[in-house]
Design a protein around this ligand. Structure first.
Ligand SMILES: [Zn+2]
Length: 64
């Protein structure tokens, strides 16, 4: 039996549902291009590197 894996693995939905903004504990919006997570409250954008969200306030950028 051969298992096939998609090399372009996106962040699992289950993981997205438990991720919250570390600054204000709000839910995050997933954005595919470039892959990032944006907080709906404080508008911080968390980058995703190698399918790992960088959930650090210091590393986040803020969009208007
Ligand atoms: Zn936030």
């Amino acid at each position: 039996m051969r298992l096939s894996y998609n090399s372009q693995v996106m962040i699992p939905k289950e993981l997205l549902e438990i991720l919250v903004c570390p600054a204000c504990k709000q839910a995050l919006d997933y954005r595919p291009t470039p892959e990032s997570l944006k907080c709906t409250k404080c508008h911080r954008v968390y980058a995703v590197k190698d399918d790992i969200p960088i959930m650090l306030v210091d590393e986040a950028t803020v969009e208007p």
